[in-house]
Design a protein around this ligand. Structure first.
Ligand code: NDP
Length: 307
């Protein structure tokens, strides 16, 4: 692998700050054209972790100059009420991005809710139109965590073409879109999951490892090829030496001496997820503006103001 641009530790906070600086510039440019990107964040219930995530997203949006609109609904909200809110947000031309914070309370079916979001405003990239577009290699809104991982990899490795990437985990939110993005970047991609035979042996072949499993420190040095680049998506809360700690899916201490670069937890992938959400919101706003202008021009051609 090329020597990493950021040393052995991939500094997610610093790269996220770069992304946010780019977003701020884009927002300033759009505002100069009279367009203020706006993100609607919908939270149902009082899940403490979700409340923290929503607060952080709203804060980052404000820092980037993006207008944020919060909708906090009680835990007992009916699905029909949530769907009606999404419909209103879809129809609101002043709202460019819609994010429904997951998980939803158990009585609400997640899939119809995510499918109700206008794909053009689907800044999480979970609508099936965007999922399909990603697998076809079209420029669509892409799930934020894997998009953030790709950015970290591009800045760390430079050219990705021809590298063997092993993605551990196949969730719809991380593993599958990550594999699609790496394939689009011309990597050779292997996806490992709970039914894979000898996952460690598969992983030892990888130039790039993306771990998205949700099992604390499962991937240790014995899983890794010397010089591999490791992206640790996992966020696991464990009790250790009498205190609560956040650790990744990779055993950082044993991996660090072997790999050429690795993300820490926290401070690796986490900050990138929010930064890519802001990036997606600005892309969505720009795209909707372009469509709106094109539509207005088509209407004008079909029916000039004199008609
Ligand atoms: P899921 O639980 O949805 O998926 C976990 C995946 O890991 C599944 O595909 C599962 O396989 C696979 N898996 C489980 N055990 C093994 C094993 N022993 N060997 C190989 N594969 C295994 O999790 P998510 O994808 O949603 O999240 C993964 C981790 O990433 C979590 O720790 C989560 O907190 C974190 N996360 C972090 C984010 C960030 O911003 N940093 C954002 C999103 C998630 P199978 O399909 O066969 O069951």
């Amino acid at each position: 692998m090329n020597s990493p641009a950021h040393g052995r530790l991939i500094d997610g906070k610093a790269i996220a700050a770069q992304v946010l600086a780019e977003v701020r510039e884009d927002v300033a440019e759009l505002r100069a054209q009279g367009l203020q990107p706006a993100l609607a964040v919908v939270l149902v219930g009082e899940d403490p972790a979700s409340q923290v995530y929503v607060r952080n997203k709203v804060l980052r949006a404000e820092e980037a100059g993006i207008r944020s609109i919060e909708h906090r609904l009680p835990a007992q909200t009916e699905q029909a009420t949530l769907l009606a809110l999404i419909e209103r947000l879809n129809d609101d031309a002043e709202v460019h991005g819609i994010l429904v914070q997951l998980p939803l309370p158990p009585h609400i079916d997640e899939n119809p809710v995510l499918q109700a979001i206008d794909p053009a405003k689907d800044v999480d990239g979970f609508h099936s139109d965007n999922v399909g577009g990603l697998s076809q290699g079209r420029a669509v809104l892409t799930p934020c965590t894997p998009a953030g991982c790709l950015r970290l990899l591009k800045q760390t490795c430079g050219e990705l073409a021809g590298k063997h990437a092993v993605v551990i985990g196949r969730s719809n939110i991380v593993g599958k879109p990550m594999a699609a993005l790496l394939l689009q970047a011309d990597c050779t991609v292997t996806v490992v999951h709970s039914r894979s035979h000898d996952a460690a042996a598969l992983c030892r072949q990888a130039d790039i490892v993306v771990a998205a499993v949700g099992r604390p420190r499962m991937i240790d040095a014995s899983w890794l090829k010397p010089g591999a680049v490791v992206i640790d998506v996992g966020i696991n809360r464990i009790e250790e030496h009498g205190r609560t700690r956040l650790v990744g899916d990779v055993d950082f201490a044993s991996a660090l001496p072997l790999v050429s670069a690795i993300t820490p937890v926290p401070g690796g992938v986490g900050p990138m997820t929010i930064a890519m959400l802001m990036h997606n919101t600005v892309s969505a706003a720009r795209q909707q503006h372009i469509s709106h202008v094109a539509q207005a021009a088509a209407t004008e051609t079909a029916c000039p103001t004199t008609c």
